[in-house]
Ligand binder design. Structure first.
Ligand code: DAH
Length: 340
């Protein structure tokens, strides 16, 4: 029996020293220390040992178990550490490898231009006021000094929903709507989508305008000129000049058509300005007395200026875009050109 105990100890230690993986170790543990393992078998064989030496031999078997267990544990933690190290090496991340860059989008050129226009006027103290895209005949026309039978209604081909409800063809109704809640000094900018039954290379059934309105005491045409000079310089470059030409809008008196000096030829005349040195950019004027009244104000006390500018038109001019549809097709190759 003593012989057997010794042999078992030696064979267990020898196997332990050769074991390479945790799996092999687990199998070995079952073989020696498991419920039907060799050490347990020795204990079972104790009944054949003569009574007088049974206690002594039993102690030896137990000693063997107590010796083997920590030896197994030690090998187990050594193997676990080694296997972890291998995993660390295999799963290591090379932080110096170039990363995968997600595709980056850009703001649409129209959004960029709209934001630029807004920020120029915000810099002059204008507040933003947004009116509805579906509006009534009253706000869109009548309150702006365009009665039902007025020929100026033909200036825009309006989409009517009912006789009195329509898709706004301009942002000018914002002038009336905002003065219902804002009292002078009024200084607002009203950007938004507008709709007209119109469709060719420079017109679209939907486009965007930015409307400006200032009403206070002693507002003059000089104030309008100053504000638009600032706008032209910020959008088209610092040396840009503006020119007013007499025009007609029912809601302003006097009305002007505003040109900027051609930023391409600096006024010398080129294909962009068709040789004139000037490019038409927007309509403006001094708010008509009737409109001031419709804003609930006394035209003898208050005066104001207004202007309306097309966002697509500015974008086309500034970037030399020949066809307005290019702004709506959203061809990514085109849009990428505007990635600042
Ligand atoms: N509402 C005009 C249009 O859509 C643009 C316009 C012209 C707006 C003169 C104004 C203005 O406020 O004073 O064509």
């Amino acid at each position: 029996m003593l012989e057997k105990i010794n042999q078992l100890k030696q064979s267990a230690m020898a196997s332990l020293s050769e074991v390479k993986t945790q799996k092999e170790l687990a199998e070995l543990k079952v073989r020696f220390l498991g419920k039907t393992g060799e050490v347990t078998n020795l204990l079972k064989g104790l009944k054949d040992v003569p009574k007088e030496s049974r206690a002594e031999v039993g102690k030896l078997v137990n000693d063997l178990r107590q010796e083997l267990e920590p030896a197994f544990n030690e090998v187990e933690s050594r193997l676990a550490a080694a296997e972890l190290l291998v995993r660390y090496e295999n799963e290591a991340i090379d932080v110096t490898m170039p990363g995968k860059k997600p595709a980056r989008g850009t703001l649409h050129p129209l959004t960029q231009i709209k934001n630029e226009i807004i920020s120029v006027f915000e810099g002059m103290g204008f507040e933003i006021f947004e009116g509805p895209e579906i509006d009534t005949d009253y706000y869109t026309f009548q309150a702006l000094n365009i009665p039902k039978d007025h020929p100026a209604r033909d200036m825009q081909d309006t989409f009517y929903i009912t006789e009195n409800i329509l898709l706004r063809p301009h942002t000018s109704p914002g002038q009336i709507r905002c003065t219902e809640t804002h009292k002078p000094p009024v200084k607002v900018l009203s950007p938004g989508k507008v709709y007209r039954s119109d469709d060719d290379a420079t017109h679209s059934p939907m486009f965007q305008q930015v409307e400006g309105l200032v009403i206070d005491k002693n507002i003059t045409l000089c104030d309008l000129k100053g504000a638009l000079d600032e706008f032209a310089c910020k959008i088209f470059g610092n040396d840009t000049k503006t020119r007013f030409r007499p025009s007609y809008f029912p809601f302003t008196e006097p009305s002007v058509e505003v040109d900027v000096s051609c930023y391409k030829c600096k006024g010398a005349g080129c294909n962009l300005c068709k040789g004139s040195g000037w490019i038409e950019v927007l309509g403006a004027g001094m708010v008509h007395r009737n409109v001031i009244e419709n804003c609930g104000l006394d035209p003898n006390e208050y005066s104001g200026f207004a202007f309306g500018v097309g966002v697509e038109r500015i974008a086309m001019l500034k970037y030399g875009i020949p066809n307005m549809k290019m702004l709506f097709e959203n061809d990514v190759r085109f849009l990428k050109e505007f990635d600042k």
